[in-house]
Design a protein around this ligand. Structure first.
Ligand code: NAL
Length: 318
């Protein structure tokens, strides 16, 4: 129960909650405790990624073996570059995740995705999935393209297939992965594999308030940003007075501040305030807490979180 609460904390949803509870209470380990997340290797690792890495650390703490898929073929199918360049980004991503303190096993998709059994299962999934559904599952994930390619519908089939071939019990991802995961839950039981439990994390809004935080848009705080860049980005970020929805700074405050959280402020601006919980802070913000006060709090804690990661990476010489 304590483990379940740790795993559930800060997630949007867990599909198959009862199965997860059963796994946690079953000491015979009937179902191997393996949790897994895949990332298309990327040139920038940001605070949205870190939210997911922290969740993998929670799962590790709760007794799961953690597997990180460096999804090189997926990135390749999604038009992110040559396999060679993507492979280098994978190594870089792995060092960032290690600097964040994650203990995990790392695997490249290309290490097993060309196997005969794997390929045969992709064909099976291809026969059982409509084009329409495969495309819909990719709505948020596929790179924009005026002439969409067949690669776009191969991608979700492979992702579902990975869950089987890596023997995953708990598949983790941002909410944008949901439709692929639901497809996997539906199809895998007819392919000699137990339906995966799916855990979905929130997707952070971009600092510009336009879309989601994304490596390709530059609207992010990176895991290795310098203090002065963090300050500047937060200072310039979209943070509408009294508004909660789509407010990236309030979202960061939600997931990254430690509560009780203290706002330190000169007496003439109202003096120090302690917020017992995020809900407490949100209420104060809706009632008129100044965006600059919120930004100062958020900048200070982001610097506290990012500094050790950045310093560890400097020592890793990548
Ligand atoms: C995530 C990705 C690729 C393959 C996966 C296989 C199983 C579980 C998760 C996976 C990458 C992900 C992304 N679709 O958007 O980065």
């Amino acid at each position: 129960d304590e483990k379940f609460e740790l795993i559930k904390r800060n997630t949007v949803e867990i599909i198959g909650e009862d199965d997860l509870k059963e796994m946690l209470s079953d000491e015979t380990n009937k179902r191997e405790k393996i949790a897994y997340i895949g990332f298309e290797p990327s040139g920038k690792i940001h605070m949205g990624h870190y939210l997911q890495i922290r969740k993998m650390m929670d799962l590790h703490k709760a007794g799961f073996k953690v597997v990180i898929l460096l999804a090189d073929f997926h990135a390749y199918l999604n038009q992110k570059g040559t396999l060679e360049d993507i492979g280098k980004l994978g190594e870089y991503n792995k060092s960032v995740f290690e600097a964040m303190g994650l203990e995990a096993e790392y695997i490249y998709g290309s290490e097993y995705q060309l196997g005969a059994k794997y390929t045969e299962d992709v064909y099976k999934l291809a026969l059982r999935t409509t084009l329409k559904r495969a495309r819909r599952s990719m709505e948020v994930i596929a790179r924009e393209d005026d002439n969409p390619k067949v690669a776009e519908v191969v991608y979700p089939l492979m992702q579902a297939n990975d869950i089987k071939h890596l023997n995953v019990a708990v598949a983790v991802g941002g909410m944008e992965q949901r439709k692929i995961h639901v497809l996997a839950r539906e199809l895998l039981p007819n392919m000699d594999f137990e339906s995966p439990i799916c855990l979905h994390n929130p997707v952070l809004s971009g600092l510009d308030g336009v879309g989601k935080m994304s490596s390709s848009k530059g609207n992010l705080i990176a895991a290795d940003d310098e203090d002065k860049d963090i300050k500047k980005k937060i200072k310039e970020a979209y943070c509408p007075m009294k508004e909660v929805d789509g407010n990236p700074i309030l979202e960061i405050a939600h997931y990254y501040l430690e509560y009780p959280a203290e706002l330190k402020r000169p007496e003439k601006y109202g003096g120090n305030v302690v917020f017992e919980s995020y809900e407490d802070l949100e209420k104060a913000y809706v009632e008129g807490l100044h965006p600059m006060d919120l930004k100062n709090m958020v900048a200070e804690s982001m610097i506290k979180i990012i500094t050790p990661i950045r310093e560890k990476m400097k020592g890793m010489n990548i």
